[in-house]
Design a protein around this ligand. Sequence first.
Ligand SMILES: C[S@@+](CC[C@H](N)C(=O)[O-])C[C@H]1O[C@@H](n2cnc3c(N)ncnc32)[C@H](O)[C@@H]1O
Length: 291
Amino acid sequence: MSEQHINTTQVGRSFGRSADSYDAHAVLQREVADRLLGHLEFSKIRPQRVLDIGCGTGYFTRLLHQRFKRAHLTAVDIAHGMVLAAQDKHPRRMPWGARTSFARADAARLPFADASFDLVASNLAMQWVSDPELMLAEMRRVLAPGGLMLLSTFGRRTLGELRQSLADFSHEHAGLVLPFPDVTSLGDALMKLSVELPVTDTDLFTLTYPNPMALVRELKGLGATSSAIKNRPAGLYGRRLLRHLDEHYAAHHSEADGRIRATFEVLYAQAWHAVEPFKPKGDIIPIEHHA
Ligand SMILES: C[S@@+](CC[C@H](N)C(=O)[O-])C[C@H]1O[C@@H](n2cnc3c(N)ncnc32)[C@H](O)[C@@H]1O
């Protein structure tokens, strides 16, 4: 996975601004959060200290809270507005004393000591981190021996239609869609960490929208704007570009009923912090599901 041209300060600003509109648009994000937690369905882990990285408005944090009722949860996000929203929506302190702490923090520079958590999780935040491998290394660093890291992120096929339409408009505009990693490079990045039993899998979602502008509006409502991408072209989404997108989608990415398609590929990964030093044997075999 390569380092991306992302301005982290701007990521925090964009998501902070969208803290109020995020939930109305985040249907896919909630579905992926449910599926990510589903990865623990047959697991017997009983973590006492759980970290949620890139908590947003806290949907996944609340799922973790329901699942691990007695754990001390810590939820962090780069956007101050998101931290406040997550804190606001979180259930009050439980009678049995489980606590949740919220903080503003960068996934690539976690303000926690080594081995501080038994479960380190993150739902759909890694695609916004300028150095995803650094985030993985940080997740591993704060994980205690015997602990589990669990994450989801968007994969290479995500928004392929939008990337194609933008590329057809100009080479520079193609760069407005983030260069999402493929599942193999995510697996390779995990193998570089000293972890045990790394597993990756994928889901493919196709959503439809009335027109390209509706998709662009949804991305904006989520805070997933291109303002954080360094060296983006000027005159974004001007009238000429929007006309081009309408025509290109109608010709190449539309359904029989005239709605347009948007693909979202989701990558999931999990790995254990070995109690004993671990020597990996062989490759990870990716599994693909189609939603
Ligand atoms: C698509 S939202 C996902 C939010 C939440 N996990 C969910 O499932 O709804 C991505 C979140 O990651 C946060 N984020 C992006 N870059 C980050 C970074 N470097 N460190 C911490 N959080 C980050 C954003 O502010 C945003 O709240």
